[in-house]
Design a protein around this ligand. Sequence first.
Ligand SMILES: *[C@@H]1O[C@H](CO)[C@@H](O)[C@H](O)[C@H]1NC(C)=O
Ligand SMILES: *[C@@H]1O[C@H](CO)[C@@H](O)[C@H](O)[C@H]1NC(C)=O
Ligand SMILES: *[C@@H]1O[C@H](CO)[C@@H](O)[C@H](O)[C@H]1NC(C)=O
Ligand SMILES: *[C@@H]1O[C@H](CO)[C@@H](O)[C@H](O)[C@H]1NC(C)=O
Ligand SMILES: *[C@@H]1O[C@H](CO)[C@@H](O)[C@H](O)[C@H]1NC(C)=O
Ligand SMILES: *[C@@H]1O[C@H](CO)[C@@H](O)[C@H](O)[C@H]1NC(C)=O
Length: 456
Amino acid sequence: MKTPPNIQAMTTPTLPSLLLPLLTLLSLSQHKPAQATELARCTPSEHHGSTLTIMHLYGPCSPFRTSKSPPTWESNLLEMASRDEARLLYLTRMATTVTTSKKTIVPIASGRQIIQSTNYIVRVSVGTPPQPLLMAMDTSNDAAWIPCAGCVGCSPSVFDSTKSSTYKTLGCQAVQCKQVPNPSCTGSACTFNLTYGSSTIQANLSQDTFTLTATDTVPDYTFGCLQQVTGTSIPPQGLLGLGRGSFSLPSQTQSLYQSTFSYCLPSFKSLNFSGSLRLGTVGQPIRIKSTPLLKNPRRPSLYYVNMIGISVGRRLVDIPTATLEFNASTGAGTIFDSGTAVTRLVEPAYNAVRDEFRRRINGTVSTLGGFDTCYMGPIIAPTITLHFTGMNVTLPLDNILIRSTSGSLTCLAMAAAPANVNSVLNVIANMQQQNHRVLIDVPNSRLGVAREMCSS
Ligand SMILES: *[C@@H]1O[C@H](CO)[C@@H](O)[C@H](O)[C@H]1NC(C)=O
Ligand SMILES: *[C@@H]1O[C@H](CO)[C@@H](O)[C@H](O)[C@H]1NC(C)=O
Ligand SMILES: *[C@@H]1O[C@H](CO)[C@@H](O)[C@H](O)[C@H]1NC(C)=O
Ligand SMILES: *[C@@H]1O[C@H](CO)[C@@H](O)[C@H](O)[C@H]1NC(C)=O
Ligand SMILES: *[C@@H]1O[C@H](CO)[C@@H](O)[C@H](O)[C@H]1NC(C)=O
Ligand SMILES: *[C@@H]1O[C@H](CO)[C@@H](O)[C@H](O)[C@H]1NC(C)=O
């Protein structure tokens, strides 16, 4: 009865026929930028202090939205969940790659996986006068990079540096130039190349003013200005890294925001709704349950926490402690990530949770895409509680179950980490974070979670 997790099914072209009506497989290369009128409609009319609006990748304001009518939310989720494979591979590699020299390489653009798997975008303006951009937010990356005008192979080129009076390229002597991979000097400018899969990017290490909200401008924000992209994985939009490392937004805006921010991710179900990214200490929840942030010096970008157990209903599931334990040298442990759609647990942990969940439902199990625990018809499901040091988070059913619109199928929206990676990392993902405020408070080294309906 216990079928193994069928993760591979997510990426194989031979999907069960059940899936075909649900799945509108969206190829990123087919996405067209939103029309100008749409962008105008999508401009948030009001700002509340240092708060940015978070929009969904497939929402009406996203440059990824197609002209086709939007597919159902569960087809979106399945599509995003299928892209999680690559995201997990990226995160795990990031967590387990050994730093060989004393030199710390900041992954300023970490590969096609990251491009394919960021699910939320925020509006940021760059330059003087400000040019509005829709950048993908990524809490597990430090880099900011932007397809610059004149970039060969970028489509569309969104930022025209020649129209900005504050734009500058960094010279080879700049301290930042020593932190990017494969730096080289073209003239006196610091440029760098990256390869990923069959693709290569070339970028200038640049600075310009970032206007984050109506009142907050950050002069000399360091980013990669993309000049050339080859291969099929064309970065279609900018990336805004909110990780812990030195090039990230929290680090570059430390004097303004004290490396403190919180976000509330809107539900996948309501793409028209937006969430919020609140920067700085002002307006953050005062009383919020929290757990210590753990620092992995080898993987400075990632927000690790100590997950110590998982309950299904009231029952604490029997999970081998080693599968949850933080280990800086192996990269093992648990992170919160904004770029993965569905929570992934290392296999023994997932299997234990899944088995208890199935035991509680006691119905006929079927599968849907990468989800291996689905039931026909409505089910009475138990809640799931994630136990962290000093903090328990009980997930409401909306954060646990994916239901098809027709109501015929309900699935447990979690999965095991892909079997093809060195599986050590548990990733608390979007689906489980939606309609919660997640507070990242680096000075006090804590991560807080509070229920908040930022969309319904
Ligand atoms: C990038 O650097 C190259 C080499 O120095 C220079 O020719 C080019 O104008 C720069 N472009 C931008 C947008 O900074
Ligand atoms: C980077 O790529 C450009 C364009 O393909 C090439 O001209 C240059 O030599 C490369 N630089 C390095 C350091 O590999
Ligand atoms: C989202 O907004 C668009 C345009 O305003 C509208 O056509 C569509 O019906 C809305 N969708 C939902 C689910 O509210
Ligand atoms: C981390 O993992 C390594 C390799 O498995 C092991 O040798 C080490 O003891 C672990 N560290 C801790 C603190 O558990
Ligand atoms: C599961 O369902 C079957 C058939 O409905 C029933 O016989 C069995 O007692 C149930 N088991 C539990 C643990 O509820
Ligand atoms: C979390 O839940 C466990 C098990 O129910 C309980 O023993 C523990 O005291 C709770 N911790 C907090 C911080 O509420």
